[in-house]
Design a protein around this ligand. Structure first.
Ligand code: NAD
Length: 486
């Protein structure tokens, strides 16, 4: 097993532009920290506006050749990348734990999940299809064909450093698009190391370019406004997504937006409570609660609310807290102190408005950015914690009295990413599919993500889908051709 310092030495520290690793043109750098210790772990290049333009130039130059590369060849490069990721999975897991804080076992889980997008889209590349047939009048033939959309700009968040990148890179490359990717400044190392892996898998120069920067807004805007760019795919918060949509409007840019969530987690009186508790722990505490799919509001039928709270609290009290590299740790740090303060203020507000703490509720003294895993019950309407994404290890329970009230509360948010429903009634489950306003739903399960499924939200949670048969459609454009009968 490679040591942490050897691994960090191995991760490139430059920008990856046109197949070359290079420093920022103005020499600027960016420090990366371990959130479990507060320690700086590496210093890397911080791209300028000129570097961003150079990266787009490279993606534009590489597009004609890559878009004409046979689908089978594109597929095989992706498949090699998938295989290399399996070989290097311990390294990627350690790297993610160091820069983002998640426990090592979860980092391995992310590699399994993130890797599946590479395998899935390596299989989709040769299956991009068109159609041919007579028009209804019988006067001609209609041909419908799909074409890569062009150079793409991909912006990813810090919470899943590998999977958020592969979920975009793999379909883009499979479709024949070239890419500039800008990872989050808090966790850029995984993307740099992954670019190295793609190079090792045989990806031609310029097809993928990576810009890391501490001036994301300044570097991104000129790229988004450049008329040569044909697609923007963003994962991050809704306010930033809205800003980028405005910038994209000028060039009528194709966009995909994977934005924030505020997932309701419904436990009905007829639920299997053991399964609901397992589902709640998975939906809430995976990634230390820092997932867009995290259960945010636990709506529990009043008749089982106390028992549900008792059982989840018992589980939560048994969590091991610490640096994700340590044995037995299930809860790592939050990404930084700002995140800790936000979580803490949401809990304090809920308690001031009448909620009760079952367990947790306090900031853990440093070093590192830790908050106690927390269960808070009887959360009162109007509390901030019901309206905002918590993005931390806090399970907030609000009781309800009947199904209509549960649905009303669940849908009472501008977000619509995912919902979770625990019931043993098939017809109630079916009613929830019809009534809950979310792009995804876990019916008696607390985890929904899968590379073969269309991931994405309704309402303020976004536009477009990642994964599944739908995922590649985000990176192709349709052409219809009419030709007279032969
Ligand atoms: P964020 O919006 O602050 O940042 C996301 C990315 O955008 C980062 O790379 C950041 O550097 C960049 N960015 C920020 N401001 C920018 C600007 N003005 N111009 C260009 N780029 C800019 O979000 P975050 O804190 O990194 O991630 C957490 C958020 O992401 C949460 O809201 C979460 O729900 C959401 N998220 C959504 C999904 C999904 O699939 N729907 C998945 C993961 C995370």
């Amino acid at each position: 097993m490679i040591s942490e310092s050897d691994l960090l030495d191995r991760v490139p520290s430059g920008l990856y532009i046109g197949g070359e690793w290079r420093p920022a043109e103005d020499g600027a750098t960016l420090d990366v920290f371990d959130p479990a210790t507060g320690r700086r772990v590496k210093t890397i290049a911080s791209a300028s506006v000129a570097d961003g333009k150079a990266a787009l130039d490279a993606a534009c130059d590489a597009f004609p050749s890559w878009s004409r590369t046979p689908a089978r060849d594109r597929s095989e490069i992706l498949r090699r990348a998938f295989d290399l990721l399996q070989e290097r999975k311990d390294e990627f897991a350690l790297l993610m734990t160091v820069e983002m804080g998640k426990p090592l076992a979860e980092a391995k889980g992310e590699i399994a999940y993130g890797g599946e997008f590479i395998r899935w889209f390596s299989e989709e590349a040769p299956r991009i299809q068109g159609r041919y047939g007579a028009n209804p009048e019988g006067t001609g033939r209609m041909i419908v064909s799909q074409h890569p959309v062009g150079p793409c700009f991909l912006i990813t968040p810090w919470n899943f450093p590998l999977a958020m990148a592969t979920r975009k890179i793999a379909p883009a490359l499979a479709a024949g698009c070239t890419v500039v990717i800008k990872p989050a400044e808090l966790t850029p190392l995984t993307t740099l190391y992954f670019a190295q892996l793609l190079e090792d898998a045989g990806l031609p120069k310029g097809v993928l370019n990576v810009i890391t920067t501490k001036t994301s807004a300044a570097v991104s805007e000129p790229i988004i406004r450049d008329p040569r760019l044909r697609k923007l795919s963003f994962t991050g918060s809704t306010p930033v997504g809205q800003k980028l949509l405005e910038q994209a409007a000028g060039a009528v840019l194709r966009t995909s937006m994977e934005l924030g969530g505020n997932a309701p987690f419904l436990v009905f009186e007829d639920a299997d409570l053991d399964k609901a508790v397992d589902g709640a722990i998975a939906a809430k505490f995976r990634n230390i609660g820092q997932a867009c799919t995290a259960g945010n509001r636990f709506l529990v039928h009043r008749s089982v609310a106390d028992e549900f709270a008792r059982r989840v609290s018992e589980r939560v009290r048994s969590f091991g807290i610490g640096r994700g590299t340590e044995e037995g740790v299930t809860i790592g740090p939050l990404i930084n102190d700002k995140a800790v303060e936000k979580v803490s203020s949401l809990v304090d507000d809920a308690v001031e408005r009448g909620a009760r703490l079952e367990t947790g509720g306090k900031i853990i003294d440093g070093p590192g950015s830790f908050y106690e895993p927390t269960v808070v019950v009887d959360v009162q309407p109007g509390s901030d914690i019901l309206r905002e994404e918590i993005f931390g290890p806090v399970l907030a329970i609000q009781p309800f009295d009947d199904e209509d009230e549960a649905v009303r509360l669940a849908n009472d948010t501008e977000y619509g990413l995912v919902s979770y429903v625990f019931t043993q009634s098939l017809t109630r489950g079916q009613r929830m599919i019809e009534r809950l306003e979310t792009g995804m739903m876990g019916l008696n399960t607390g985890l929904v993500s899968n590379a073969a499924a269309p991931f994405g939200g309704w309402k303020f949670s976004g536009l477009g889908r990642e994964g599944g048969a739908e995922g590649i459609l985000e990176y192709v454009q349709t052409k219809y051709t009419l030709t007279p009968n032969p």
